[in-house]
Write a protein that binds this ligand. Structure first.
Ligand SMILES: Cc1cc2nc3c(=O)[nH]c(=O)nc-3n(C[C@H](O)[C@H](O)[C@H](O)COP(=O)(O)OP(=O)(O)OC[C@H]3O[C@@H](n4cnc5c(N)ncnc54)[C@H](O)[C@@H]3O)c2cc1C
Length: 481
């Protein structure tokens, strides 16, 4: 393992008008490098979560893996750090670290997605979004382990774990990755798979963006052309029987089904379909991998509670990428999340007190995702995040159109987390952690030691800045950034 003893002496020169090195980068990439003070800087630095005010030393938008390597080499040589960012869905914890000495490397120009049915994989570039990969797989009657949103970046989602509608059957997206191509700290582009650089391959599958800039990923397709999927809706006033039924059923439901439960207070906004505007609702959505009869049987208990809308039916798999109706193109949001080891009746009461019809809250949504099934088991040859411990993960948040609204939404989300704390298992699901957290809590102690060792070896000078960093180790075992 390489140990960095001089990490705290690294040069971190920057000025509000950009460092000489940032100017040098502009010489190499032209108009695709944006410095503070440039007319294009504010648009270039804007992340998907537009409430996050990230102000890096520069934003670089390379078009090729070779250009990614150039950015890393030039920035590292001058003591600047590099933060790979696909979309900025999870920009909050990165911005909170302070970005004065950081080049945000926006991978959005690296966006292709191509299915290779002969190899049973989809190959995407490092900035690709989920929708094109879903479409590429669907053209061959196949599906990939996407999440609830079509415009989340595949790299950030998959490197952080990745829970989607097939998760209880097929596990985390991270463990469907078969290879990555990644620019490491010395600017070399390397391939990592089960046979080549296997330690790096293990680390990126769940260890996040601390190890380099991923310029391409390959991941498995699954033989799924259709699913029994949809949405059930009730008025929020019906939350108690519905949450009790769902929370009792979900932990021991078969692996074929993956669902989510949300208490929602929708704003009266013209972007929403009219029947949803200003409504307070309970929403359960998800997918069953099996016959219609099997789906009807599994969801029978919820149907007996007479939802006012029930769209569960056989649908093409590609439609699942918009099932959850996530906002697209960017939104101001503040949130909090926790991992729940169990969800007994007292947890139902606590959830309803904070998010039910009588709660005084700014939360747009308070969500529970159903874990268990394959998510709870480590598959053969898994990466650093082999499985998730817990029955549910909670994610709650609200609109942060102003800093005051953001503070209120975060406070309300944190209050829900606190109310559910007796049922939390102390872990974290880093993809849903949109504030700085202790990344250690997401891994077993042995996995964490191995991750910090690999980071120290592949990035001894701390070139990469990640939203949820895996630190390097000093010789005495103390971690650094
Ligand atoms: C609307 C919405 C819906 C979501 N739905 C789901 C869901 O269904 N399931 C789920 O598991 N999560 C979900 N998430 C969480 C999502 O997975 C995380 O926000 C994830 O980090 C987003 O990845 P990104 O690349 O789009 O974001 P970014 O903010 O661009 O990236 C996050 C981090 O990933 C790393 N990273 C990104 N790109 C690269 C790269 N090319 N090379 C190396 N490192 C990189 C970096 O460390 C970066 O800081 C959702 C989030 C939102 C806002």
């Amino acid at each position: 393992m390489t140990i960095d003893l001089n990490a705290d002496q690294r040069t971190t020169t920057t000025t509000s008008t950009g460092t000489p090195v940032a100017h040098a980068l502009r010489g190499l990439l032209g108009g695709r490098v944006h410095l503070p003070g440039d007319p294009g800087y504010d648009a270039a630095r804007l992340p998907w979560n537009v409430a996050v005010d990230q102000r890096p030393a520069a934003v670089a938008q390379p078009r090729t893996a070779a250009e990614v390597a150039t950015v890393v080499r030039v920035a590292a040589a001058a003591g600047l750090r590099v933060a790979p960012q696909s979309t900025g869905h999870n920009a909050g914890p990165l911005a909170a670290q302070g970005l004065d000495d950081v080049v945000v490397l926006r991978t959005s120009e690296l966006s292709s997605a191509v299915a290779d049915p002969a190899r049973g994989i989809v190959r995407v570039e490092g900035g690709a979004l989920w929708e094109p990969a879903v479409d590429a797989a669907a053209a061959h009657g196949q599906a990939v382990l996407h999440g609830s949103s079509p415009d989340v970046g595949i790299a950030g989602y998959s490197l952080g774990g990745g829970i989607g509608w097939y998760a209880r059957k097929h596990g985390l997206a991270a463990n469907s990755i078969t290879a990555v191509e990644i620019v490491v700290a010395d600017g070399t582009l390397v391939r990592a798979d089960a046979h080549t650089n296997p330690e790096l391959f293990w680390a990126v599958r769940g260890g996040g963006g601390s190890f380099g800039v991923v310029t391409a990923l390959e991941f498995r397709m699954f033989d799924i052309a259709t699913a029994y999927a949809g949405i059930m809706m009730w008025s929020l006033t019906e939350i108690e029987p519905v949450l009790r039924e769902w929370a009792a059923w979900a932990p021991s439901a078969p692996d074929d089904v993956t669902t989510s439960f949300r208490a929602m207070r929708l704003p009266d906004m013209p972007d929403l379909p009219e029947f949803l505007r200003g409504q307070e609702l309970v929403v359960i959505d998800g997918a069953v991998l099996g016959s219609d009869e099997r789906g009807a049987e599994l969801l029978g208990g919820l149907r007996a509670l007479r939802p006012m809308l029930d769209t569960f039916a056989r649908v093409p798999a590609k439609e699942l990428v918009r099932l959850h109706m996530d906002p697209e193109g960017g939104a101001p949001f503040a949130s909090d999340s926790s991992m729940l080891g169990s969800f007994p009746d007292a947890a139902v009461d606590a959830f309803i007190a904070e998010a039910g019809p009588d709660a005084r809250t700014s939360l747009l949504m308070a969500e529970l995702r159903q874990l268990g099934g394959a998510l709870g088991r480590a598959p053969e040859g898994a990466g650093a995040l082999a499985r998730l411990d817990g029955e549910f993960v909670s994610f709650a948040g609200g609109i942060a159109a102003t800093p005051e609204m953001g503070a209120q939404a975060y406070a309300d989300a944190a209050r829900l987390t606190a109310a559910l704390a007796p049922f939390a298992n102390g872990g974290a699901y880093l993809n849903f952690a949109e504030n700085p957290v202790d990344s250690r809590t997401a891994y077993d102690a042995g996995v964490w030691r191995q991750l910090t060792g690999i980071r120290s070896a592949v990035d001894p000078d701390g070139v990469f800045a990640a939203n949820h960093p895996v630190p390097r180790l000093f010789e005495d075992g103390r971690p650094t950034s």
